[in-house]
Ligand binder design. Sequence first.
Ligand code: ATP
Length: 291
Amino acid sequence: MISCEELVKIYKTDDIEVVALKGLNISVESGEMMAIIGNSGSGKSTLLNILGGLDRPSAGQVQVGEWNLLKITDEELVKYKRNTVGFIWQNNARNLVPYLTAVENVEMPMMLSGQYDRAYAKQLLEWVGLKERMGNKLQQLSGGEQQRVAIAISLANRPSLLLADEPTGSVDTKTSDMIMDIFRRLNRELGVTIVIVTHDMTLASKVDRVVAIRDGMTSTEFIKRNPNLDETGPGMAGSTMHDAHEEYVVLDRAGRLQIPKAYLQALKIDSKASMEFDGEKIIIRSPKSLA
Ligand SMILES: Nc1ncnc2c1ncn2[C@@H]1O[C@H](COP(=O)(O)OP(=O)(O)OP(=O)(O)O)[C@@H](O)[C@H]1O
């Protein structure tokens, strides 16, 4: 569904250039539900904005389904945003109309794309657990309920890809669990590919795969040991991502891997290191340790 190769994004403001993505590689399979984690400033939102067609990449390859997002025309981008991708933000208030009802809000994007379908709007609200509240005006709903309306809106045009930037950032744990359960159901029942950007490790433990971004590049990947085991199911309460996932360091096509800064600092490795292969392991050492 998604393939990014050597993706670069440079922001230019006045005389300053910020390289937010420095040759990032990532692929996401169709029907996958995965998370992207990383520290503040690591490039998570930049990546999501590019995948959502809200921002243009500077260089590299980025393909989502049939679309090449580096070469896409402005006209095609409008179509892409309308039909292929759905977006959910941490704070969705800016996309919701407070004086319209929940169901009217879901119908809005349908009307804009000429695909009005009240029955489907109602069904979406039922899926997100708002059957009883669909006639309420947005301003009469709680923050968590509004977030669930936003999920229904993001699905109004039947996208094949759902992008969520800190979707549970401003709700309590109970609502956050509910939102993750909704994502899981939508993923299983509608087959929607879901990419969630988050700081929250407990949230990351509820997906099959987690990709960590460091300094604008993918660094580590965590893959669930038992994909059939539902983290929200009985016996899994309180489990962390490290309990449930196996950790791998990512190797890019050119054979490069990112070694965590903390490891390099601990071994006082700066511009070069010594590397040894003993037939089973690769050992990386500070050149000074051999002296
Ligand atoms: N529009 C912009 N103009 C200039 N620099 C930007 C712009 N947007 C992001 N950046 C810079 O690009 C880098 C990556 O930012 P990004 O928002 O993608 O990080 P993030 O991982 O999503 O962080 P956070 O978790 O804090 O949202 C940061 O150094 C940021 O300051």
